[in-house]
Ligand binder design. Structure first.
Ligand code: ATP
Ligand code: MG
Length: 183
Protein backbone atom coordinates (compact mmCIF):
# COMPACT_ATOMS: atom_id res chain seq x y z
CA UNK A 1 0.00 0.00 0.00
CA UNK A 2 1.59 3.30 -1.01
CA UNK A 3 0.59 6.81 -1.97
CA UNK A 4 0.88 7.20 -5.73
CA UNK A 5 -0.66 10.61 -6.39
CA UNK A 6 -1.67 13.75 -4.51
CA UNK A 7 -3.94 16.38 -6.06
CA UNK A 8 -4.58 19.80 -4.58
CA UNK A 9 -7.07 22.43 -5.66
CA UNK A 10 -7.49 25.66 -3.71
CA UNK A 11 -5.64 24.21 -0.72
CA UNK A 12 -3.59 26.90 1.04
CA UNK A 13 -1.06 28.35 -1.42
CA UNK A 14 -1.96 25.74 -4.11
CA UNK A 15 -4.73 27.82 -5.67
CA UNK A 16 -4.43 26.23 -9.11
CA UNK A 17 -5.01 22.48 -9.52
CA UNK A 18 -1.71 20.74 -8.77
CA UNK A 19 -1.04 17.10 -9.49
CA UNK A 20 1.88 15.42 -7.76
CA UNK A 21 2.85 11.96 -8.94
CA UNK A 22 4.58 10.10 -6.11
CA UNK A 23 6.97 7.58 -7.60
CA UNK A 24 8.17 4.50 -5.77
CA UNK A 25 11.15 5.17 -3.50
CA UNK A 26 12.27 8.40 -1.95
CA UNK A 27 10.70 11.73 -2.96
CA UNK A 28 12.37 15.01 -2.08
CA UNK A 29 10.64 18.38 -2.24
CA UNK A 30 12.96 21.35 -2.44
CA UNK A 31 12.26 25.05 -2.74
CA UNK A 32 12.74 28.43 -1.10
CA UNK A 33 11.16 29.38 2.24
CA UNK A 34 7.41 29.83 1.99
CA UNK A 35 7.01 28.04 -1.38
CA UNK A 36 4.61 25.46 0.08
CA UNK A 37 6.68 22.40 1.07
CA UNK A 38 5.02 22.07 4.48
CA UNK A 39 1.62 22.78 2.89
CA UNK A 40 2.07 19.64 0.78
CA UNK A 41 2.55 17.44 3.84
CA UNK A 42 -0.38 19.17 5.52
CA UNK A 43 -2.55 18.39 2.48
CA UNK A 44 -1.67 14.71 2.89
CA UNK A 45 -2.46 14.81 6.60
CA UNK A 46 -5.72 16.68 5.90
CA UNK A 47 -7.05 14.24 3.30
CA UNK A 48 -6.37 11.42 5.79
CA UNK A 49 -8.85 13.02 8.19
CA UNK A 50 -6.95 15.54 10.31
CA UNK A 51 -9.56 17.56 12.21
CA UNK A 52 -7.43 19.86 14.39
CA UNK A 53 -7.01 23.29 12.74
CA UNK A 54 -3.87 23.81 14.84
CA UNK A 55 -2.24 20.86 13.04
CA UNK A 56 -2.87 22.83 9.85
CA UNK A 57 -1.35 25.98 11.43
CA UNK A 58 -4.79 27.65 11.35
CA UNK A 59 -7.43 28.94 13.76
CA UNK A 60 -10.31 27.23 11.98
CA UNK A 61 -10.47 24.50 9.34
CA UNK A 62 -11.58 26.98 6.65
CA UNK A 63 -8.13 28.53 6.90
CA UNK A 64 -6.92 25.75 4.57
CA UNK A 65 -8.89 27.38 1.73
CA UNK A 66 -6.83 29.71 -0.49
CA UNK A 67 -7.25 33.08 1.22
CA UNK A 68 -6.49 35.29 -1.78
CA UNK A 69 -3.44 37.25 -2.87
CA UNK A 70 -2.79 40.67 -4.37
CA UNK A 71 -3.72 39.46 -7.85
CA UNK A 72 -6.05 36.53 -7.03
CA UNK A 73 -9.38 36.48 -5.20
CA UNK A 74 -9.95 34.01 -2.36
CA UNK A 75 -11.50 30.64 -3.18
CA UNK A 76 -14.69 29.21 -1.73
CA UNK A 77 -13.52 25.65 -1.46
CA UNK A 78 -10.43 23.51 -1.15
CA UNK A 79 -10.08 19.95 -2.33
CA UNK A 80 -7.34 17.39 -1.85
CA UNK A 81 -7.36 13.88 -3.23
CA UNK A 82 -4.95 11.07 -2.69
CA UNK A 83 -4.55 7.93 -4.73
CA UNK A 84 -3.28 4.81 -3.02
CA UNK A 85 -1.68 1.99 -4.95
CA UNK A 86 -2.94 -1.19 -3.32
CA UNK A 87 -1.56 -3.67 -5.86
CA UNK A 88 0.16 -5.46 -2.96
CA UNK A 89 -3.34 -5.92 -1.42
CA UNK A 90 -2.07 -4.85 1.98
CA UNK A 91 -4.92 -2.41 2.70
CA UNK A 92 -6.98 -3.25 5.81
CA UNK A 93 -9.94 -5.63 5.54
CA UNK A 94 -12.82 -4.14 3.58
CA UNK A 95 -10.48 -2.21 1.27
CA UNK A 96 -8.07 -4.92 0.15
CA UNK A 97 -9.97 -6.16 -2.90
CA UNK A 98 -9.08 -3.21 -5.16
CA UNK A 99 -5.86 -2.25 -6.94
CA UNK A 100 -6.40 1.40 -6.16
CA UNK A 101 -8.05 3.42 -3.41
CA UNK A 102 -9.08 7.03 -4.06
CA UNK A 103 -9.92 9.41 -1.25
CA UNK A 104 -11.18 12.95 -1.75
CA UNK A 105 -11.82 15.58 0.92
CA UNK A 106 -13.45 18.87 0.07
CA UNK A 107 -14.20 21.81 2.35
CA UNK A 108 -16.58 24.57 1.36
CA UNK A 109 -16.88 27.84 3.26
CA UNK A 110 -19.74 27.57 5.79
CA UNK A 111 -20.48 23.96 4.80
CA UNK A 112 -17.62 22.00 6.37
CA UNK A 113 -15.85 18.94 4.99
CA UNK A 114 -17.13 16.10 2.84
CA UNK A 115 -15.25 12.92 2.01
CA UNK A 116 -15.45 10.44 -0.83
CA UNK A 117 -13.86 7.01 -0.80
CA UNK A 118 -13.70 5.34 -4.23
CA UNK A 119 -16.41 7.74 -5.40
CA UNK A 120 -18.85 7.07 -2.54
CA UNK A 121 -19.78 9.58 0.18
CA UNK A 122 -18.30 8.50 3.50
CA UNK A 123 -17.83 9.97 6.98
CA UNK A 124 -14.57 11.41 8.26
CA UNK A 125 -14.44 8.48 10.65
CA UNK A 126 -14.41 5.93 7.78
CA UNK A 127 -11.33 7.57 6.29
CA UNK A 128 -9.64 7.96 9.69
CA UNK A 129 -10.26 4.30 10.54
CA UNK A 130 -8.87 3.09 7.21
CA UNK A 131 -5.58 4.80 8.04
CA UNK A 132 -5.63 3.98 11.76
CA UNK A 133 -5.98 0.29 10.88
CA UNK A 134 -3.09 0.65 8.45
CA UNK A 135 -1.04 2.20 11.33
CA UNK A 136 -0.79 5.48 9.52
CA UNK A 137 -2.94 8.57 9.07
CA UNK A 138 -3.28 12.15 10.22
CA UNK A 139 -1.81 11.41 13.65
CA UNK A 140 0.81 9.00 12.39
CA UNK A 141 4.28 9.30 13.92
CA UNK A 142 5.55 8.65 10.39
CA UNK A 143 4.53 12.21 9.45
CA UNK A 144 7.02 14.42 11.20
CA UNK A 145 6.13 18.10 11.23
CA UNK A 146 8.69 20.88 11.21
CA UNK A 147 9.68 21.41 14.87
CA UNK A 148 8.08 18.17 16.05
CA UNK A 149 11.29 16.47 17.15
CA UNK A 150 12.09 19.18 19.70
CA UNK A 151 8.43 19.13 20.85
CA UNK A 152 8.70 15.39 21.43
CA UNK A 153 11.89 15.74 23.44
CA UNK A 154 10.24 18.35 25.68
CA UNK A 155 6.82 16.62 25.88
CA UNK A 156 5.14 15.37 29.05
CA UNK A 157 5.29 11.55 29.41
CA UNK A 158 1.53 11.22 28.76
CA UNK A 159 1.80 13.00 25.41
CA UNK A 160 4.89 11.04 24.48
CA UNK A 161 2.95 7.83 25.20
CA UNK A 162 0.37 8.81 22.58
CA UNK A 163 3.07 8.89 19.92
CA UNK A 164 4.27 5.42 20.96
CA UNK A 165 0.68 4.11 20.85
CA UNK A 166 0.26 5.45 17.33
CA UNK A 167 3.49 3.80 16.30
CA UNK A 168 2.35 0.51 17.85
CA UNK A 169 -0.88 0.71 15.81
CA UNK A 170 -3.30 0.54 18.74
CA UNK A 171 -4.87 4.00 18.47
CA UNK A 172 -7.64 2.64 16.18
CA UNK A 173 -8.62 0.37 19.08
CA UNK A 174 -8.83 3.36 21.45
CA UNK A 175 -11.27 5.10 19.11
CA UNK A 176 -13.43 1.98 18.88
CA UNK A 177 -13.45 1.54 22.68
CA UNK A 178 -14.43 5.18 23.13
CA UNK A 179 -17.37 4.71 20.74
CA UNK A 180 -18.43 1.44 22.43
CA UNK A 181 -18.45 3.19 25.82
CA UNK A 182 -20.71 5.93 24.44
CA UNK A 183 -23.30 3.37 23.25
P1 ATP B 1 9.88 26.77 4.93
O1 ATP B 1 11.04 26.39 4.05
O2 ATP B 1 10.06 28.13 5.56
O3 ATP B 1 9.48 25.70 5.92
P2 ATP B 1 7.64 25.97 3.24
O4 ATP B 1 8.07 25.68 1.84
O5 ATP B 1 7.40 24.80 4.13
O6 ATP B 1 8.63 27.02 3.93
P3 ATP B 1 4.88 26.56 3.69
O7 ATP B 1 4.88 26.80 5.15
O8 ATP B 1 4.37 25.25 3.18
O9 ATP B 1 6.33 26.85 3.11
O10 ATP B 1 4.04 27.68 2.93
C1 ATP B 1 3.76 28.88 3.52
C2 ATP B 1 3.04 29.74 2.49
O11 ATP B 1 1.71 29.30 2.29
C3 ATP B 1 3.01 31.19 2.97
O12 ATP B 1 3.42 32.01 1.91
C4 ATP B 1 1.54 31.39 3.27
O13 ATP B 1 1.12 32.70 3.00
C5 ATP B 1 0.88 30.43 2.31
N1 ATP B 1 -0.46 30.06 2.79
C6 ATP B 1 -0.80 29.36 3.89
N2 ATP B 1 -2.12 29.24 4.02
C7 ATP B 1 -2.65 29.91 2.95
C8 ATP B 1 -3.99 30.19 2.51
N3 ATP B 1 -5.06 29.73 3.17
N4 ATP B 1 -4.13 30.91 1.38
C9 ATP B 1 -3.06 31.35 0.69
N5 ATP B 1 -1.80 31.13 1.04
C10 ATP B 1 -1.59 30.43 2.16
MG1 MG C 1 8.14 24.26 5.97
Amino acid sequence: MRFSRLRLNGFKSFVDPTDLVIAQGLTGVVGPNGCGKSNLLEALRWVMGENRPTAMRGDGMEDVIFAGAATRPARNFAEVSVQIDNSDRLAPAGFNDADQIDIVRRITRDAGSAYKLNGKDVRARDVQMLFADASTGAHSPALVRQGQISELINAKPKNRRRVLEEAAGISGLYQRRHEAELK
